[in-house]
Design a protein around this ligand. Structure first.
Ligand code: KIV
Ligand code: ZN
Length: 529
């Protein structure tokens, strides 16, 4: 790929209004990971970062360096492997945060420190317990500190959309004076509306005297379902960077979804004459990876990446599609990385056909992962007459979820039925050592989960247990999600198998593995600015 990302980021920073290129800032690994239940291991973050770079993301926010050892390591390692995208760490306004962000970014070819402090009356009074003059001073100090380390400094007034307009202008002007080259306006609680946000961005451009020395950016949350609309409204008003996440992952209702923003800019280029560097053909691959890693299933009717986004069931629609695909399709499946399904998979399908099929579905696995998935596909094809695309998606997502697990389910035997107290015998491999336990319970699932508790005692509470059939038919795979919560941290575990109890055990164990990774993280409450 010819790579001009840094040039574009710099150009946007020096002449933000004339150029029509929108800088895409991905925060899947920072804001996305902050969403309850989402967690990513170091290996998974490296994989996601590589996919983001391949798809042309300009800036990757790889974490919040001071938040945890895990975040720090992820930023350090991502900095070592990523060559073209700018790598960014978040930091509060304290010097310790900013110094830690700089340390984490030491290997980055292109680095950015993103520092923020809350500026709304509510946040300043109740959360920070600081008065506006002290916050204003903190803006100057934090941006100046960050500028000692790098030229590329971004500053955000947290809860910007609920900030007093005069104070917002004052702090933005100061941040730019102290060297911030990107000013990011967060709609932290997803409160604003498109017209209001357009007016706010215009107001900043009209009233802040040095605004032309910085790129205006926006960071919209989706609490009222407006994140994408608000981001696009801001672009029309002069914003030239959008902060977003794959699948709209993020705190509470999430952030603006990158795939929706990029496809809206591409599909309605007549109304939105702006371009991005994103290779839209890589969208499905990124979406599936993030979904598999986090256990956050994409809703079937989700725009652009949902399973039904390109499905046409109603007869009248199918008829129209056969006559001209444009009748009901405003973008092609190929443009987001889905190719027309030509291969039907069964137990005689070979490795090459399997690989081709996965790539049609948006997966491009490395050799090891492919071999592993192929072995599991053969097992599945022995059990199931027909292997549908949904089966393959569940199978690959399950294989992705299970990589690098410290705890693994190796054997399971169950007794249950009418007039029998359900009981289970389960074997787990924990750090290479196999042990088994038996337990009975109020139902087979309860018995299985009690066995896990005996073999790996823990305090985590079960918050969610959800079973879904992947396809129709009694031989369908069960797709199970388990959410566990421990000390305010929650994780989603995911398991798929034709045996519902095996899928349940795997999902629970997958969640436990994620908790182990997350245990070292600082409690989120301790991190507010
Ligand atoms: O939502 C928010 O305000 C944030 C900032 C740290 C940019 O995530
Ligand atoms: Zn946010």
């Amino acid at each position: 790929m010819s790579d001009n990302r840094q040039d574009v980021v710099e150009k946007a920073q020096t002449s933000p209004i004339e150029q029509e290129r929108i800088v895409i800032f991905d925060t899947t690994m920072r804001d996305g990971e902050q969403s309850p239940g989402a967690s990513m291991s170091l290996e998974e973050k490296l994989e996601i970062a590589t996919v983001l770079e391949e798809m042309g993301v300009d800036v990757i926010e790889a974490g919040f360096a001071i938040a945890s050892k895990g975040d720090f390591e992820a930023i350090t390692e991502v900095s070592k492997v990523i060559k073209n995208s700018v790598i960014c760490s978040l930091a509060r306004s304290g010097f310790k945060d900013i110094d830690r962000a700089n340390e984490a970014l030491v290997h980055a070819r292109r680095k950015r420190i993103h520092t923020f402090i809350a500026t709304s009356p509510l946040h300043m009074r109740h959360k920070l317990q600081m008065d506006p003059d002290d916050v204003h001073q903190a803006v100057a100090d934090s941006v100046s500190r960050a500028r000692n380390y790098c030229d590329d400094v971004e500053w955000s007034p947290e809860d910007g959309t609920r900030t007093n307009r005069d104070f917002l202008c004052r702090t933005v002007e100061t941040a730019i004076k102290c060297g911030a080259r990107t000013i990011n306006i967060p709609d932290t609680v997803g409160y604003t509306m498109p017209d209001e946000f357009t007016a706010l961005i215009k107001m900043l451009r009209d009233r802040v005297p040095n605004i032309d020395k910085a790129t205006l950016s926006v960071h919209c949350h989706n609490d009222l379902g407006m994140a994408v609309a608000n981001s696009l409204a801001a672009v029309k008003a002069g914003a030239r960077q959008i902060e977003c996440t794959i699948n709209g992952l993020g705190e509470r209702a999430g952030n603006a979804a990158m795939e929706e923003i990029v496809m809206a800019l591409r599909t309605r280029n007549d109304l939105l004459p702006y371009e991005t560097n994103i290779r839209t053909e890589n969208i499905m691959k990124a979406s599936r990876l993030v979904s598999a890693v986090t256990g956050f299933v994409v809703q079937p009717n989700k725009a652009v990446v949902g399973a039904n986004a390109f499905a046409h069931e109603a007869g009248i629609h199918q008829d129209g599609m056969l006559k001209h695909s444009g009748t009901y399709e405003i973008m092609t499946p190929e443009s987001v990385g889905l190719s027309k399904s030509t291969l039907v998979m069964g137990k005689h399908s070979g490795r090459h056909a399997f690989k081709t099929k996965l790539s049609e579905l948006g997966y491009n696995l490395g050799d090891n992962a492919l071999n592993d998935a192929f072995g599991r596909f053969k097992d599945l094809a022995d059990k199931k007459k027909e292997v549908f695309d949904e089966d393959l998606i569940a199978l690959v997502d399950d294989a992705v979820a299970r990589r690098n697990e410290r705890i693994r389910v190796t054997k399971l035997h169950l007794t249950c039925g009418i007039g029998v107290r359900p009981s289970a015998k389960l074997e787990l491999e924990i750090d290479g050592e196999r042990n088994s336990a038996t337990a009975d319970g109020d139902g087979p699932v309860d018995a299985v989960f009690r066995c896990i508790g005996k073999l790996f005692p823990h305090q985590a509470g079960l918050q969610l247990f959800q079973i879904q059939a992947v396809t129709e038919g009694t031989d369908a795979q069960a797709d199970v999600i388990v959410r566990l919560e421990e000390n305010g941290r929650s994780v989603n575990g995911h398991g798929a198998d034709t045996d519902t109890m095996v899928a349940s055990a795997r999902a629970y164990v997958n969640a436990l593995n994620k908790l182990l990774v997350k245990r070292e993280k600082t409690a989120p409450a301790a991190l507010s600015a």
